[in-house]
Design a protein around this ligand. Structure first.
Ligand code: 4AD
Ligand code: MG
Length: 431
């Protein structure tokens, strides 16, 4: 007999099969027991019929509670009125572990309770769907880059110097070497990597001691940084657009069931797979002011401004050419205006905010050094980074995607904490 996964059930109609998993729900009705069964790959309604299975097994099936683990044997068939929906006639079953009353039920629980029970909450249908979409997004990003001549290069997590400013650093004592910092982005290490591999990316956890209690901030999140030699600002944005549109198409193609469980408006996602818009930071401020925002040129955007900028747009928006003062030291000075840098932020539609930060990098030794001195960076710890502007410097660009921000958009999830397995936030480390 075949031990199979629920996702493969359609290939075994009419044959006896064996499944292993958990009870999502049970319902009794006279001589019938309906067990909603799931195994991680899918969910199926199974039917235990007393005269068919016998008194003893029927009694055993009655001991199954919500979230008990169980092995089930039976014969799958297609639902008579619902094509594509399958049901299993149970011929035998064996409880593996009977659960006491499950803490998470259908009733409304507060976010604090759910987060404290995150280890159990991840079994809920929407949480399961979020994790599956996250998996697809992760793989589609890697797939796109692999197919476009990027090589994976793993940046270190423990680093001697900050990448994104000193205000959000997690500091750790590093033996007798003084302080080390948890990486905020692997970018600085990808820059040497392009000089050997041409185009590279990393993908891993990064850390920011963000004091922000918003629905878009985590203190530990996953970032994909990409970096490419001989790519300048315009092409950098083209690569990002190609990548994001590929992710959208892949999620639509592979995750239709998950998106349905999440009640995601897929029409909106389909519309997002069209040419992105581009606007300079200056134009963005003008637009915001015309919408009644009290914002001055040179200022950064908050969540409200980001939402206003993409209001009414189906596609994502690049904001390019930022004031130097509010962007990181490594961004290349705009040759047309020394107060600006060739950076771009990609803002997702539907209010999901910034999902990518990227830029062309300053490749001129003297300009970069002057900028770093201006920012009072500890030049000694960055000597290795400055070396890249000495030995075969080339124009180059890169960008970093916040994985959770992108998954939030794809799944239409309001709060970022639901799209990462175990969220780390300023007010929570358990479980
Ligand atoms: O815009 P950021 O800070 O850019 C960088 O770190 C660059 N070094 C990347 C690069 O060029 N290789 O961060 C990149 C993205 C943001 O656009 C956002 O999606 C996400 O990382 N992000 C966060 N996601 C969750 N929680 C936070 N606290 C985040 N901070 C940034
Ligand atoms: Mg940013």
């Amino acid at each position: 007999m075949n031990t199979i996964f629920v996702k493969d059930i359609k290939d075994y109609l009419g044959q006896e099969i064996h499944l292993r998993g958990w009870v999502r729900n049970v319902r009794k009705s006279g001589k019938l027991m309906f067990i909603i069964f799931r195994d991680g790959t899918g969910t199926i309604q199974t039917v235990v019929y007393k005269p068919g299975i016998g008194e003893e097994k029927f009694e055993l099936s009655k001991t199954l509670t919500i979230e008990s683990s169980v092995e089930i044997w039976g014969t799958p068939k297609e639902h008579p009125n619902k094509p594509g929906v399958y049901e299993l006639d149970v011929t035998d079953l064996k409880p593996v572990c009977i659960s006491p009353e499950y803490p998470i039920s259908k009733k409304e629980h507060g976010p604090d309770f759910l987060l404290s029970n995150r280890h159990l909450w991840i079994r809920a249908p929407k949480q399961w769907a979020n994790l599956k979409v996250r998996h697809t997004v992760y793989h589609s990003i890697s797939e796109y880059l692999n197919n476009n001549s990027f090589t994976r290069f793993d940046s270190p997590i423990l680093t001697p110097n900050p990448c994104e400013g000193s205000t959000t650093l997690f500091e750790v004592e590093y033996f007798d070497q003084g302080s080390a910092y948890l990486s905020q982005s692997g970018q600085l290490y990808l820059e040497p990597a392009i000089m050997t591999l041409g185009r590279v990316y990393d993908f891993g956890p990064v850390f920011r001691a963000e004091k922000s209690k918003t629905r878009k901030h985590l203190t530990e999140f996953w970032m994909m940084d990409a970096e490419a030699a001989f790519v300048e600002h315009q092409e950098n944005m083209q690569i990002q657009e190609g990548l994001i549109r590929y992710v959208i198409r892949t999620v639509l193609e592979k995750c239709s069931n998950e998106l349905e469980i999440l009640e995601r408006d897929v029409e909106q996602l389909k519309k997002a797979d069209a040419p992105f818009k581009v606007m300079t930071h200056y134009e963005a401020i003008e637009l915001l002011r015309s919408k009644g925002c009290e914002i001055e040129h040179g200022e950064d955007f908050g969540a409200n401004e980001e939402a206003l900028l993409t209001e009414g747009s189906d596609v994502a928006l690049f904001i390019e050419k930022w004031p130097k003062k509010i962007k990181a030291f490594y961004m290349k000075q705009d040759p047309e205006n020394p107060d600006l840098v060739l950076g771009s932020d990609l803002i997702a539609p539907e209010g999901f905010g910034e999902i990518i930060g990227g830029s062309q990098r300053e490749d001129d030794y003297d300009v970069l050094l002057a900028r770093m001195e201006e920012e009072k960076l500890d030049i000694q710890t960055y000597e290795w980074y400055l070396d890249m502007r000495k030995y075969g410097s080339v124009p180059h660009s890169g960008f970093g995607i916040g994985l959770e921000r992108l998954v939030q958009w794809m799944t239409g999830t309001k709060h970022i904490r639901e799209v990462i397995p175990f969220p780390r936030m300023i007010y929570r480390i358990y479980p």
